[in-house]
Design a protein. Structure first.
Length: 153
């Protein structure tokens, strides 16, 4: 567990949800047959694993990230950086301050361009004593999109 625990404004459940969606997004591959016109069942439904212009996973991930308020956005970026090893939790204030340099309108793209984003978030949250396993156990059927934007209680 981290020696210094930051006061997160981003609920860990929201961060884990973003991590799950980021993992799903990162697993996509380039479209192998963009002009195919056959039925998905005939193709073994492989299109779901390919990046499409109207990718629902990407849209959902961007939507959740874009709905974060300023403090939550800074927390998300800082958590990714801590998980990547750019900062540690002893430098939390500095990480959040540096995160201000990421254009708010470009935050989703910035994070999507970080393929191991899910691993970074999971690593930093793990340092704080949170686990993906516990998150998944508490959302037995399927992860639910978090309420974001208003801050934590």
């Amino acid at each position: 567990m981290a020696d210094i625990e930051p006061d997160l404004t981003l609920d860990p459940d929201a961060a884990f949800y973003i991590a799950l969606k980021a993992r799903e997004y990162a697993a996509k591959v380039e479209d192998t047959d963009p002009d195919e016109g056959s039925n998905p069942t005939d193709d073994g439904n492989v299109d779901v694993l390919e990046t499409q212009s109207d990718d629902a996973v990407e849209e959902e991930l961007r939507g959740v990230i874009d709905s974060l308020n300023e403090d939550q956005r800074l927390d998300l970026i800082a958590l990714a950086w801590v998980g990547r090893g750019d900062f540690d939790f002893g430098e939390w204030a500095e990480a959040r301050e540096s995160a201000r340099e990421v254009d708010p309108a470009q935050t989703a793209q910035y994070l999507l361009d970080m393929p191991p984003l899910a691993d970074y978030l999971e690593a930093s949250l793990s340092e704080l004593g949170y686990s993906m396993e516990d998150y998944l156990d508490s959302h037995l059927t399927s992860p639910v999109a978090p309420e974001v934007g208003a801050g934590r209680d």
